[in-house]
Design a binder for this molecule. Structure first.
Ligand SMILES: *[C@@H]1O[C@H](CO)[C@@H](O)[C@H](O)[C@H]1NC(C)=O
Ligand SMILES: *[C@@H]1O[C@H](CO)[C@@H](O)[C@H](O)[C@H]1NC(C)=O
Ligand SMILES: *[C@@H]1O[C@H](CO)[C@@H](O)[C@H](O)[C@H]1NC(C)=O
Ligand SMILES: *[C@@H]1O[C@H](CO)[C@@H](O)[C@H](O)[C@H]1NC(C)=O
Length: 280
């Protein structure tokens, strides 16, 4: 747990809020506290983002397309696409016979502001298509506005307490949506909570902690948010996550651009496609 202590040291020196330590997303890995072992097959979109060389779990994420993973930008910041591997299709980090996928491109939100906790969202493009089966599936994106009290499913591999052990089995926790104004007020009206965030709350003692940054929150089977930041750990403050509805254009733009690229092929074909598009 040394890296974890190191994190706390850095944070304490750089951003104390009312004497409380806040995890800046650039250093944090959030994990679930007070959850339970996820039932089999509950989150086939869940991935574990790992170091390609170390094989260590670092962040969560979700499959949104056969070639695309979505996660938090603080999970990928300053790293090469090739420094990662993606584990899909299992809820057990120690399972040996599992397929890994390899990113060849990272698309970080161009307005990601680590210090202001804004636009903390990134896409990972894979060098080959994910093979879908009953344990490996993409998740649909949600664009519907949430209502106060909406119940979301948070999943991730995380320390089960502050500074605790990393579980092998995926954990899950039901959390409630907290509207923006209420969430900001709970954080002393801090501008770190902004309209691009979806906030959630369970009880004091239940919530995100280290290790599941970038991990998915799902409502009625659709992806609504990705874990961004919180007060460590589960101390009674709402956690803040990147809103999928808010970043919908960012996501769609990059996914459809990449479809266009692969469809266009040679310049000659491109011309034809362009002129067709012109008349359609
Ligand atoms: C997937 O299907 C296989 C058999 O077809 C079954 O053994 C396995 O438990 C299923 N996995 C999930 C996550 O549903
Ligand atoms: C995976 O392999 C490791 C090391 O060889 C072993 O300790 C572990 O029990 C295996 N896990 C499973 C689920 O077979
Ligand atoms: C994807 O990248 C990995 C790791 O660099 C490599 O082993 C694999 O062959 C690549 N797959 C394809 C289809 O290029
Ligand atoms: C936050 O702002 C609201 C509305 O402007 C105000 O009523 C409330 O007292 C503020 N809370 C704190 C902790 O500053």
């Amino acid at each position: 747990m040394l890296p974890f202590l190191y994190v706390l040291t850095i944070v304490a020196g750089s951003c104390c809020v009312s004497g409380q330590v806040l995890y800046p997303p650039q250093y944090t890995n959030t994990r679930i506290v007070g959850g339970e072992e996820a039932s089999e097959g509950v989150a086939p979109y869940q991935i574990s983002l790992q170091g390609a060389a170390s094989g260590q779990h670092s962040c969560g994420g979700a499959i949104i397309d056969e070639r695309w993973i979505i996660t938090a930008a603080h999970c990928t910041r300053g790293k090469q696409a090739t420094s990662f591997r993606v584990l899909a299709g299992t809820q057990d980090l120690q399972q040996n016979a599992t397929k890994y996928y390899y990113p060849d491109r990272i698309v970080e939100h161009c307005n990601y502001e680590p210090r202001k906790y804004r636009n903390d969202i990134a896409l990972l493009h894979l060098n080959e298509s994910i093979v879908f089966d009953n344990a490996t599936q993409p998740v649909e994106l949600d664009h519907e506005p949430l209502v106060p009290g909406s119940r979301l499913l948070l999943t991730g591999w995380g320390t089960l307490s502050l500074g605790g052990e990393v579980p092998a089995r995926l954990q899950s926790l039901e959390v409630k949506y907290v509207p923006f104004e209420q969430c900001r007020a709970a954080h002393d009206n801090s501008t770190r909570v902004d309209i691009g965030h979806v906030c959630t709350f369970n009880d004091k003692g239940r919530g995100a902690c280290h290790g599941d940054s970038g991990g998915p929150l799902v409502h009625n089977g659709r992806l609504v948010a990705l874990v961004n930041w919180g007060m460590p750990c589960a101390r009674g403050y709402p956690d803040a996550h990147a809103s999928i509805a808010y970043y919908h254009d960012f996501i769609r733009t990059h996914l459809s651009l990449s479809e266009t690229e692969s469809a266009e092929g040679t310049p000659e074909e491109m011309k034809v496609l362009r002129s067709r598009r012109h008349y359609s």
